[in-house]
Design a protein around this ligand. Structure first.
Ligand code: MN
Ligand code: MN
Length: 315
């Protein structure tokens, strides 16, 4: 037992105790941490249903059910990594652009440490400032983007910054290596029939949801690994990639999406990649009547932790 351990369910009832992710210790600084959880309680970049400002708090609340060991992969993340919850980024709830600056400054400071941030959103706008900080440290990163939407709109209501534009800006600002980037799960209706071709024209591999219908996502993840190799890779996971049958608690649901099993295959398939950070965004608790969307998000964040470089696997 090398690092911080989540508070166990036989030490304190699961419905009690600290409000941190997995009831891990809270930390003020990322110094000496290998992986940190960070919340960004923001929804002022959303275009339809709001509510993702409550995402981090609800994901943490549902994360109490998580136990430390992964029974599928035998990952033992807390035995080899020092992990803690850094709390939330204090955004400016009245100003999206200022919030984006605050998030970038927060991650600039965070990434002075050798730490992998796993961020709980919050709407998808937040990935842009994180990628800005990532690119300063690593150069253009490979992007593994799981989403119902491409989020490459040029503008929304004339604005350059919104939850439907982060990856357009990231390409323009050379924050991602598009030849080593994937968008997986895209579907639904578009503003134009060619919407997803913009990404393809930039070099992204785009796998629409229909290509994964009735199939395992594991073969795709072998293609991902072949293409990404050991390049620094950022994983951005929008919960609306999943079908609303599994994840209804989100702002822009689209039918015909991924299953929870496919989502697990995708994240577990990231084992061996050089992950430098990840996020799980767009959980909207007001639309999550039974808490299952937040519970799923907590599980997917745990699965991300289990594929971070440096995790040990028990035999
Ligand atoms: Mn998105
Ligand atoms: Mn989406």
């Amino acid at each position: 037992m090398a690092g911080n351990q989540p508070l166990g369910g036989n030490e304190m009832p699961r419905f009690a105790g600290p409000g941190t992710m997995m009831r891990l210790p809270a930390a003020k600084s990322a110094a000496s941490l290998d992986v940190c959880f960070v919340g960004i309680p923001m929804d002022i970049g959303t275009s339809n249903r709001s509510g993702t400002r409550f995402g981090p708090k609800q994901i943490r609340a549902e994360s109490v059910l998580l136990r430390p060991y992964n029974m599928a992969s035998r990952a033992a993340p807390f035995d080899s990594l020092m992990v803690a919850d850094l709390g939330d980024v204090p955004i400016n709830i009245f100003d999206l652009k200022d919030s984006v600056h605050r998030i970038e400054a927060y991650f600039d400071a965070l990434l002075l440490h050798d730490v992998i941030p796993l961020t709980m959103g919050g709407d998808h706008t937040l990935t842009l400032p994180i990628l800005r900080a990532m690119a300063k440290k690593h150069g253009p990163v490979a992007l593994l983007h799981i989403d119902a939407h491409a989020d490459v709109n040029e503008h929304m209501f004339g604005e350059e910054i919104a939850h439907g534009t982060p990856f357009r800006r990231a390409v323009e600002e050379n924050l991602i290596d598009t030849a080593r980037s994937f968008q997986i799960g895209l579907r639904g209706t578009g503003y134009a029939a060619e919407d997803f071709d913009w990404s393809r024209d930039q070099g992204f591999a785009v796998i629409q949801a229909e290509e994964l219908w009735h199939k395992s996502a594991s073969p795709l993840m072998q293609d991902v690994k072949d293409r990404l190799g050991k390049h620094p890779t950022y994983l951005s996971f929008d919960i609306d990639a999943l079908d609303p049958a599994y994840a209804p608690g989100t702002g822009t649901p689209e039918f015909g999406g991924l299953t929870t099993v496919q989502a697990l295959e995708i994240i577990r398939g990231c084992r061996g990649l050089n992950l430098v950070g990840g996020d799980l965004v767009e959980v909207s608790p007001p639309y999550d009547k039974d808490g299952n969307t937040a519970l799923l998000a907590a599980n997917l964040l745990y699965e991300m932790l289990c594929v971070c470089p440096g995790v040990v696997y028990r035999s």
